[in-house]
Design a protein around this ligand. Sequence first.
Ligand code: NAD
Length: 321
Amino acid sequence: MLIVPEATAQELVSREDAFTAIESVFAAMGRGDAYNFPVVREAIGHADALYGFKSGFDRSEMILGVKAGGYWPGNADKGLTNHQSTVFLFDPDTGRPTAAVGGNYLTAVRTAASSSVSIRYLSRPDSKVLGMVGAGHQAAFQMRSALEQRSFERVVGWNIEPSMLDRLAEVAKEAGLPFESVELQDLCGQADVIITITSSFEPMVMRDWVKPGAHIACMGTDTKGKQEVDSALVAAATAFTDEVAQSISIGEFQHAYAEKRVSEKDIVPIGAVVNGDHPGRTSEDEITLFDGTGVGLQDLAVAAAAVKRAQETGKAQEVEI
Ligand code: NAD
């Protein structure tokens, strides 16, 4: 089997590679050619850690595998990131392991690619102002990728701890764009595209604050109980997601679904838009809202891209198992 270490995956998989892989796997999910298996996520009763698996099979690309890992809150003190993951790929014909790929960078870049696919397919083409809600580890990845999707002219940001926004101001500077730290309501009143990427357990972005025609990518909610936007906003928007079942159980739509403000049939898989089976946005004033819950097939798609690049460049390490 091939080993693609964390640093090699980071060196070889570009934002564009990740976008292509995620767009393609969403399309495969939309056609019914790729499916995710039930997620396992458990507190292990040691080191306050949450550990789990996300897995799936993409029949169109013959990619079978699992991402294993989770969240170790004490890692920062050890000089490690709190989120740790590794992707294992298997030969769908034999079950033999084909690759182990470092998954930390890939998780960030595939999550950014997910919101970016939604921005490219659903936001108004004339979007000028990007609003960033959240400034943690994922936020800079989200912002870099989003800036490549539209001709944004400025970025506004909000974080519960405002000093953390400095890192997003740096990203804006790199891109040659002005950046302003603002109150959350002002951010919602100005932004044409909003990305939420926090660990919030309370709604923060309210229905009446958001501009007509805005696109919102809700990326932080990936667990039961988390919430970033008002469920009235979900009800008022046209709702899109990576996977409907996950969005109503552990994603942002869990709350609106529990309150019976949306049903499964109201939620459009983004793959249907990528495939041209759903028109996506149909008016300039419509609010579109994408719930990026983060599915295992995304992890497998970017890991397969890392393996391909590592083989092309001779950077994969081969071991017998
Ligand atoms: P992080 O810990 O580095 O950053 C957390 C962010 O949330 C910071 O901006 C922090 O200030 C903010 N925050 C914390 N508590 C808050 C609260 N009560 N109200 C408002 N903001 C709060 O985490 P990260 O790696 O940047 O991940 C952010 C979120 O995205 C997490 O919830 C994580 O589980 C989720 N995530 C989702 C996916 C996906 O595929 N959808 C992938 C990776 C991470």
